[in-house]
Design a protein around this ligand. Structure first.
Ligand SMILES: C[S@@+](CC[C@H](N)C(=O)[O-])C[C@H]1O[C@@H](n2cnc3c(N)ncnc32)[C@H](O)[C@@H]1O
Length: 254
């Protein structure tokens, strides 16, 4: 397994600035509202919770949230953010989640794409199945390979300048390193982040992501004991089309 780039304290520290203004948070907050028609209080498991921004918002909305993440640097930001004390943080992978306790498991920020092999993806789904109560939901997104997002992960399209938490600014962009496969069967790509601050350039550890076709995701969910209830192609709940950016899937644990 390649090194997790989010284990870098600097990557964790600048993550929220680089990922500000996210539409996916509203989607997941609204989904939690819909799944608790009698008022908040869902038990939510956030797998790959990262810096915990969404977990804290879910907790502020009245849900009980457990966030798991293997990167201590990310969890350190999560624990210390305002409201972080309202969430239970677990350093680890999905197998560390309490059994049968969750009403809703989420994987946001495309965490699903970190599972590169069929075996690791199957194993993850089995852990989520164990962590959910019968009838509980799993919601996650995975980028649609048909939209070919990796083709835009080049400096020209990704360069941005952001405020640095320690003062001043930093500029960052993405460099594509490798692309294997084809959209119909699935893509495995590797890229890295480049950051420039005060004239010094640094490189993230390479990050490898899997882009699975929708049919592969659907079959794997069914085989893992989930009933796929809803699918969306974007954060405004648009339909899945050949080129819609996302496959956003909500499944019920059987
Ligand atoms: C792009 S960040 C997303 C963080 C957060 N979910 C969000 O929406 O901002 C990916 C996160 O997935 C975590 N991660 C990587 N591999 C993982 C795995 N096998 N199981 C759980 N989390 C993982 C990383 O440590 C990192 O915090």
């Amino acid at each position: 397994m390649s090194r997790n780039p989010y284990e870098s304290p600097e990557a964790a520290r600048t993550y929220d600035e680089e990922n500000a203004g996210r539409q996916d948070f509203d989607f997941y907050l609204e989904l939690a509202r819909e799944l608790s028609p009698d008022g908040p209080g869902l038990s939510v498991l956030d797998i790959g919770a990262g810096t915990g921004a969404l977990g804290v918002e879910l907790a502020a909305a009245g849900h009980g949230v457990t966030g798991v993440d293997p990167a201590l640097a990310m969890l350190d930001i999560a624990r210390h953010r305002p409201g972080g004390e309202q969430v239970t943080w677990i350093h680890g992978y999905a197998d560390a989640a309490p059994e049968g306790a969750a009403d809703l498991a989420i994987m946001t920020g495309h965490v699903a794409q970190y599972f590169l092999t069929d075996d690791s993806w199957r194993e993850l789904l089995a852990h989520v199945h164990r962590a959910l109560r019968p009838g509980g939901r799993l919601a996650f997104e995975s980028r649609n390979p048909g939209a070919r997002a990796w083709e835009r992960w080049i400096p020209e399209f990704t360069r941005g300048t952001y405020p640095h938490p320690a003062g001043g600014t930093f500029t960052s962009w993405i460099e594509m390193l490798d692309v294997q496969g084809d959209p119909a069967a699935g893509i495995i790509e590797t890229h890295r982040g480049v950051t420039e601050r005060a004239g010094t350039k640094s490189y993230s550890a390479p990050e490898t992501l899997a882009f699975r076709p929708l049919a592969t995701l659907e079959t794997s969910l069914e085989q893992a004991g989930f009933d796929l209830e809803r699918r969306f192609g974007d954060w405004s709940r648009g339909a899945v089309t050949a080129q819609s950016p996302e496959h956003i899937l909500v499944s019920r644990r059987l």
